[in-house]
Ligand binder design. Sequence first.
Ligand code: NDP
Length: 344
Amino acid sequence: MAKPYTMNPGFYVPAADRYQHMEYARCGKSGLKLPRVSLGLWNNFGSVNVHENSRQMLLTAFDLGVTHIDLANNYGPLPGSAEETFGRVLDSDLRAHRDELCLSTKAGYYMWEGPYGEWGSRKYLISSLDQSLKRMKVDYVDIFYHHRPDPDTPLEETMGALADIVRQGKALYVGVSNYSAEQTARAADILKDMGVPLTIHQPRYNMLDRWVENGEPSLCDVLLERGIGAAVFSPLAQGLLTDRYLNGIPADSRAAGPCVFLNESGVTEDVLSKVRRLNAIANARGETMAQLALAWVLENPVITSVIIGASRPAQIEQNVKTIEKHVPLSDEEKAAIRTILEEK
Ligand code: NDP
């Protein structure tokens, strides 16, 4: 049962045992440690959502040792409003704990009209981060990412902007998201020449999307070889890798809502048939489907953290319990999972 927090801002007292539920892993070869479960604010933290629910989710996460909060300039809806929601909760409840938080934001996707509102120019990245800092009500973020590769801007310019952002103290670490293995290797080389490490990559990775494992070299190979950490997004495939859709599509689920990245047509019989069999393996281990899916990602030694999304505090509680409950998968279980995932 989620602990209900007072509706009155300013009265939040964090749980004294908040660091006893979580494990922290070093992000690549950097000094930065991330919680193995991080919270992303892409959905359910916008101005269209009930603020009190967003606040309860952030405080639930903090009380369970989830110190890493992932944002981007465009998260909402409306774009920018998830950063504003975070800034509001920081002010009402978490301001005294700023130094216990690792805050990430990004720029890369469309944010404002005209030639400077998206992609990877120095002009866009530096002005977007300035806007994000205002919305989040902080002087600096801990991690700033370039959100997607830009086919037209020279990578030297994009990485130069990231290096300058670190030198200006507006971000402590920098990363890239959605970059291929080859793009990541080039970005890391360019940054290294500028004296700034590429600390982290944010790829999508889950049981149903294993692109990071493929290729010569794979993204995993590049990250391991260069000591770059990985915080992965959509580890639950937006909810498909949970028990959410096993008995139909609930009216309050992401697939039934306005999210353009998951709709009812994405909940296919092929996916459900895999998830039913994976769910049986999870239940036999005393885990939920979501816990098995998160643990499976975290067993990959390249992965520093899974960035979960949530629509209610109880999902965060269940997902964080993975860390306390999970016993490493046996060779037989790994083989059974592989057979299900590789089945056409
Ligand atoms: P997930 O794969 O974790 O999906 C989250 C959704 O799964 C929730 O909204 C909820 O759906 C459902 N869910 C979560 N836990 C449970 C549970 N225990 N039981 C049942 N259902 C559950 O991640 P997201 O796709 O939301 O992405 C996570 C974060 O990654 C984002 O917030 C963002 O920070 C980042 N991201 C980054 C991208 C990038 O390009 N760099 C792209 C996309 C995401 P429901 O709403 O139906 O309850």
